[in-house]
Design a protein around this ligand. Structure first.
Ligand code: ZN
Length: 91
């Protein structure tokens, strides 16, 4: 586990977020962040789709959220289907 702010490896567990994701705190810079790799929270999915719609670059968004591109594209496709193909609608 690396700090997403300073890439330090001096990271400790720091409780859980509202979405029940593990929260980590960096002992080097004090930055707090959430570990997303163990399953994806609803909030992460929502944020990733929203970010993709604003940003439009799946590779950048996937990197930002630390998720595979195919997972991101699957979510986007699913959200479109849920909304009847309304590509530019709000979530
Ligand atoms: Zn840090």
């Amino acid at each position: 586990m690396k700090c997403k702010n300073c890439s330090s490896l001096k990271v400790v567990k720091n409780g859980h977020s509202l979405t029940n994701s593990q929260v980590f705190k960096c002992k080097n810079c004090g930055h707090k962040f959430v570990e997303f790799t163990k399953g994806y929270s609803k909030q992460l999915k929502h944020d990733a789709i929203l970010y993709y719609r604003v940003n439009g670059h799946s590779n950048i968004v996937a990197k930002q959220f630390d998720i595979p591109i195919y997972t991101l594209l699957k979510w986007v496709r699913e959200s479109k289907e849920e909304r009847g193909g309304d590509e530019y609608g709000l979530l």
